[in-house]
Design a protein around this ligand. Sequence first.
Ligand SMILES: [Zn+2]
Length: 360
Amino acid sequence: MAQQDVPVVWSPTTRAHDPNHEVWFGTTSDATEVAARVDTILESLRDAGHRLVEAGPAPDEVLEEIHDAELLSFMRTAADRWAAGPYSRLVGQDRVLPYLFPSPAMTGGLPTRRATAVHADAGRFGYDTTTLVGPGTWAAARAAVDCALGAAALVTAGEPLAYALCRPPGHHVTRAGYGGSCYLNNGAAAAEALRRGGARRVAVVDVDAHHGNGTAAIFYDRGDVRYGSVHVDPGAGWFPHVVGFADEVGVGEGAGATFNIPLVPGTADDGWLDAVRRLADWVAAADCTSLVVSLGVDAAADDPESPLLVTRDGYGEAGRIIGGLGLPAVVVQEGGYHLPTLGGLVASYLAGHASAAHGP
Ligand SMILES: [Zn+2]
C-alpha cells in the first residue's frame, strides 16, 4: 500500500511551555505534559513519511469566538503579573498557581469583586492545581491554536485530512476556564474555523482517555458543532469527575448533539473500539460535513494517566473506523504522556485514518 502522506502542522513555539511541576494533593510531582512530547511525535510522523508544515500566526477571531475575552486577557498577562509580584522571593515559585477558588462555596451569594492579587485572581479561571502557567505558556498555547487553525485552513482549502501537533492540549478548556494541563481549546478552535470556512455541520469526535469537558461545554447549546466522546467513566473517580456522563445530551439547539460514552476502568480494545464505532455511527446518522478528531492517545495501556488498555493496533483500527466516515478531517493532538510509545500511537492512528479516507 502506498504511503499516505498527511500534512502535519506544527510549531517550534509549542515547546516554550514548561509546566515544571504539578501540585497534586498538596504535594509537588513531576509534570507529564512536557515539551519532549512535541519532538517524539514529530520524529515518528516524519519517519512515517508525513509532510511537516510549520504553522504561521493565525488571527484572533476564532479564539475570541470560543473563549471569553477575560480568559484570553488573563492567560496573556498572568505570567508577567506573577513575575512582578513577590512570589519568586517568597516561595521560590515562578509559576502561576491559584491559591483560592472564588466559587459559590466561598462567596455564598454575596456580591463579589475581582481579586487584585494574581494568586487569588488565578482561581477565577484556573480550576485545578495541576495546570501551572509559566513564562512561555501563553506563547506555546497560542502557537498550538495556530497549528489547529493551520490544519483547519488546509482542510477548508480541500485537503482531505490534516493533523495538528497541538501542545499543550486543549479539550479541557471551557469558554472561560482552564485546567487539566490545557490552556486554550485547540479542537474547539478547529471546529469553529471549519464552520467559518463553510462546513455546514461539524462533528468533534474525542477519543482521549478523558472526557473533553471544555469542548463539550463550549458547544453544548449548539447544533452546528456536535460533540461525541469515549472516555473513562468520571463516576469511577476519574477526571473530570463531575461531568462527562451519558445523560449529558446537549440543550436548546444543541439538544441531542452531545454523546458521551463512559467506559469502566480496564476497558481494552474490544470495548473501546465498540464505543468508537458507536460514535462513528452517530456522526454518520447526523449528516455531518466535516470532522475534528480530538486525538488523545492516553487511553493506551502504557499511559500513566488513565486506566484504559488500548493497544497501538487499537488506535490504528480507530483511525480506520473514523476515517471510513469519508469526511474532511482535522486531527488535533490532545493527551498522551508515555514518551516511549507516544509517537507510534499517533502514527498508528493517522495511518489507519489516512488509509480508510484515501482507500487502499
Ligand atoms: Zn486525557
